[in-house]
Design a protein around this ligand. Structure first.
Ligand code: ATP
Ligand code: MG
Length: 320
């Protein structure tokens, strides 16, 4: 049995407008012109916000996941997420929920990730998402808007979510890239979680030195775009910029199997620890621990609670 979450935990809502049914499998070698015989496959209900809610659930917390679903893939998606008992609110759409495809090449250990665009949302559909978010935002809680925007959804969609969150005194966390991220930052958010590439694209620099990373993250805090910028750097750990200063963490020693979902796991653990009332430095350690714990699991599988808690304790011991 999971330990009960303290009743004082703040509520969390996640939003996924472009979820994906993640199909993953393996083959010995990916070559053109041949049938590629694949091994066992697994299906997961993926996509930024849904993954964040699944990680929160795995760690013993609760997050309400708002997501779109349509077509036969959407039906399969619903069944999968319901089997994990994550609380959800579904916005039905005309188009079919997309599928992503991940292939592990066993001969080399390489991983191939095919990411599809997603069905076009009509005006009425994305407005229905916003309306549902507006009525479900937990006052004083957390809203996590995560993942790409499908065709048809305006670039200021996450900025609109951020505005709704502010009206309800909720803290908005955005994990997105390109124009969707830029618009959200222009509106002002509680936190963003870019990768090096995403923050680099935003500021128009490569960010290949620690100094450039810290400067880019800190500048967004200084100009009021975000209270916190959690820049994750894959196997190089993460940087957290805040008004009070900059924290940096290296990853704990783990055996890396597949990093799919590491970013979402970072966000899930981070927001859960904040919602539970822990200070930001502890939430940051939890984020890195959960990202690295997900790197230990195969294909699209997310982190296990025991691994996260062990790595959190390790990072915490290193902090003293
Ligand atoms: N190779 C790795 N080894 C150990 N830990 C890792 C590795 N890759 C990722 N992590 C952990 O996961 C966190 C988030 O990973 P990353 O920076 O790759 O996110 P991302 O680019 O948003 O990933 P995603 O592909 O899920 O969007 C890192 O800060 C780190 O703690
Ligand atoms: Mg990411």
């Amino acid at each position: 049995m999971d330990a009960p979450q303290p009743t004082s935990a703040k509520p969390i809502l996640t939003l996924t407008v472009n979820p994906a049914l993640d199909l993953s499998t393996w083959t010995e070698r990916v070559v053109s012109g041949h049938k590629l015989r694949c091994g066992t496959s697994r299906l997961d209900p993926g996509g930024g916000g849904v993954n964040v809610a699944r990680v929160v659930q795995r760690l013993g917390g609760h997050a309400l996941a708002v997501y779109t679903a349509g077509g036969a893939t959407g039906e399969a998606y619903r069944r999968l997420i319901e089997s994990e008992r994550v609380p959800t609110l579904v916005v039905p759409i005309q188009g079919s929920t997309r599928q992503n495809f991940t292939v592990d090449e066993t001969a080399t250990g390489e991983q191939f990730r095919f990411v599809l665009e997603g069905p076009e949302l009509s005006d009425a559909e994305w407005r229905a998402c916003l309306a549902l978010v507006a009525e479900s935002i937990p006052v004083g809680g957390y809203v996590v808007a995560s993942g790409s925007l499908p065709p048809g959804v305006p670039e200021d969609f996450y900025a609109r979510v951020a505005r709704l969150a502010r009206e309800r005194e909720a803290r908005c966390i955005v994990d997105a890239s390109g124009p969707a991220l830029a618009e959200a930052l222009a509106e002002g958010v509680f936190m963003i979680k870019p990768s090096r590439r995403e923050l680099g694209l935003h500021v128009g620099a490569v960010l290949d030195t620690e100094q450039s990373q810290v400067e880019a993250a800190s500048a967004l805090v200084a100009d009021g775009s975000a209270e916190y910028v959690a820049l994750t750097l894959g196997d190089a750990g993460a940087v957290l910029a805040a008004r009070s200063g900059v924290l940096r963490l290296a990853v704990p020693a783990v055996r890396v199997v597949s990093t799919v979902g590491a970013g979402d796991s970072f966000v899930g653990a981070f927001v859960l620890r904040l919602a539970q009332g822990l200070p930001v430095d502890a939430a940051f350690r939890a984020g890195v621990a959960a990202g690295s714990a997900t790197a230990m699991t195969p294909a699209t599988e997310l982190c296990h609670r025991a691994d996260v808690e062990r790595l959190e304790a390790e990072l915490s011991a290193g902090a003293h």
